[in-house]
Design a protein around this ligand. Sequence first.
Ligand SMILES: O=C(CO)[C@@H](O)[C@H](O)[C@H](O)[C@H](O)COP(=O)(O)O
Ligand SMILES: O=C[C@H](O)COP(=O)(O)O
Length: 896
Amino acid sequence: MNDRLKALADAGVSIWLDDLSRERLTSGSLAELIQDKHVVGVTTNPTIFAKAISDADAYAEKISRLAAEGVSTDEAIRVITSDDVRDAADLFKPVYDDTEGQDGRVSIEVEPSLARDTEKTNRQAKELWEAVGRENVFVKIPATKEGLPAITATLAAGISVNVTLIFSLDRYKAVADAFLSGMEQAIENGHDVTKMASVASFFVSRVDTEVDKRLDAIGTDQAKALKGKAAIANARLAFEAYEEIFDTDRWREIETAGAKPQRPLWASTGTKDPSYSPTMYVDNLVTRGVVNTMPEATIKAVEEHSQFSGDTVRGQYDAARKVIADLERLGISYDEVVQVLEDEGVAKFDASWSELQDTVTAALKGAAQVTAPKVSTHNGDWSEVVDRLVSEKIASRIAAKDATIWGPEAESEASIRLGWVDLHETSRPLLAEIEALQADFRSEGLDRVVLSGMGGSSLAPEVITRTAGVELVVLDSTDPSVVARALAGDLSKTVIVVSSKSGGTVETDSHRRTFVKAFTDAGIDAASRVVVVTDPGSPFEKLSADEGYRKTFLADPNIGGRYSALTAFGLVPSGLAGADIAELLDQAAEAAPELQADSTDNPALWLAAVLAASAGRDKAIITAEGSDIVGFPDWAEQLIAESTGKNGTGVLPVAVEVGAPELRSEAADLTNALLAEKATSGVPTALTSGSLGGQFLLWEVATAVAGYLLGINPFDQPDVESAKKAARGLLDAQPEPEAAAFTEGSVEVRGSEGLLDGVDSLQGAVDALLGKLDEKGYLAVMAYLDSERDADLVSVRPALATRTGRPVTFGWGPRFLHSTGQYHKGGHPEGVFLQITGAHPTDVEIPDRPFTFGTLISAQAAGDANVLAERGRPVLRLHLTDPASGVQQFRALFGN
Ligand SMILES: O=C(CO)[C@@H](O)[C@H](O)[C@H](O)[C@H](O)COP(=O)(O)O
Ligand SMILES: O=C[C@H](O)COP(=O)(O)O
């Protein structure tokens, strides 16, 4: 055991490693540092990852899988870095537990190009936190001026933060203030702050590098005498500020809720000037309650010859102040030095990030290959079913567009719904048209693409663009704050794709009207910014022509919305946003022969068999645990729910997050259909893999086959219309809202008949609803709220699944009406329904319509609840009079 490192740890300095790589994880060298060298945490940054990933061999396998799935460079970087950080976090978990969350932490940094953008930093911090999915992680955010509000917002969301790139005392104080505000808000928002932590990474050696350079230029003895002193003086003064800030009533108030102070972390502590001691930025910064993150060489140097005695920080403040004052007297401006360092710091990380992107782009190109879809089945034997499907030639008949497969009643619908089987050929001519339009837009500086579409018109483009890592603003909500946010983007760079097969969908029509007015109000020729995708002959085709919209793409009418991923509906918005849509068609083309073959090797037959021929099992848990296709379960959910959930039968798709409780359930009515590498429980499971284009076709064929096995018509959606009709009725009649049974805090409570008898608390109301769940039941949470603003609500899904032991679907309204909404009304009548709506502090008008977005979404929610209640389903309706506090109040019921 090494005495010097132990002495440092005993003196209260947490020793962290400023490095991470796959090699460190697989070789066991990180584990050794933890075990033998007192290392209790890890920091990473873009430079560290750029270096790690340049070791191509360590990442080769992962890169080739990512290449096969067609993911973008940025998405690949996200996967690689968050996988490494997650594995390191797991290695440090015992340290984290032993130190009650103080150490055992691993940091992952937001992209450096976002350092000057508060909103994007904010968003990415949340995404990284979710992507890693471990509580002992720190999301690193640079302490630029724009970073400060993001630090507060990220902490307020319950996420632990490492603030990086701090050089100046003033900025350090602003960081501490941002921390205090963030913790105050986290407490207010009901987060468990005992689990949170934060560090403020103060950069040390770089200050000497910059100041020494200036001192050398001055060249006098007096100047030379000051060399190597500025960095330590600066850090010590930061610690003085820390002591003052964390000795205030404001902090003490936060501390009473169980929060830990934001510890100073000494970063950039490797010695750069070889004439200095290699341990100088360690030995001179020893004090209880700090972290020193070091490259391995510095840890080794400390192990071999560190020398310090006692606390080397406290009580050194006057001397430190004198160093800074002496430098000023020599004409070296402190403010200038720290600003140069901050700018350089951001630029250096930016350069590392570009290097990282180049390395990964090249590696992806090198490994690129189209991977045909594969399905492996587990925990059951479906060979008899598959043999039957092969002998009945179901796959080749689907490929030949044989409309008789689903029986005489379905024949006329099926005869106009099988156009999707050869889209990899028929959609080719679209590519050039989309490419040309995209080039025109780019040349006009139009690079923000908004897509207005519902269900089949939005879910595929969402998966395609998220997987490709390109930006597409998907507008599939009528919540006024969602609409307002889409309108608040830079309209001078915006085009809107309005996609509607029928041309009569109220959501898209309302979006279109609103955007046209917003463009016009901004002095922009609205018609030139609207692109339409619709079916030939729809009212929308005519309207588009009459209005002179920029371009109308007519899709193949012989394809239903949920099978339209590779039609103009999927390809136009995705291509305009910059996704590689030609590759998507190549992937489907590669997959098609296998999926059309009457062979026991046809993966679609196996997927269909697991979904629809596992006795007594009518709920499929879907997740994309091992895959880098982003958001696929939401797309598959619509395909399966609308195709099968009718006539009181079907398969309920339950899209869940990684690690969801349902994935470990052994319940007798579940199957799992996972984009994952291994089965997660003993229930019948199909694991699917392959490129996105191939997966689209695989699941479409499998769903059509599942329809055949279930004896239903997989191409109609008889019950989607019922909720639309009820909403229209309410919009016309505008009835007084039904009185609440009672109100608790920010939540008004209403229930379907009899549900709330004798109930007078929110907890009691939820218990009453859950009490209606039977052993084959499921709970549907339907949130007519803002999926971004109210994102915290999502955490109730796993909490409810754990509590009930039953599957829980979560849908944002009205989006889910075009997806699981069909199953809820037409499938097995086993659901109990929790609807959550919210007040609209600001509403958005819809031009030339007698209702606003606020009244529209309220009518949609009420109409949906009425239809469910009419069908005898229990419905609990919670209305949040203040969405922010209501969401937290509701979450608090489940201890989260
Ligand atoms: O910010 C943290 C830890 O929070 C570190 O990873 C930090 O980025 C590194 O210590 C520095 O980038 C290293 O800088 P340098 O030694 O190359 O000057
Ligand atoms: O899934 C389809 C949605 O209900 C939207 O229909 P639409 O494309 O006709 O507007």
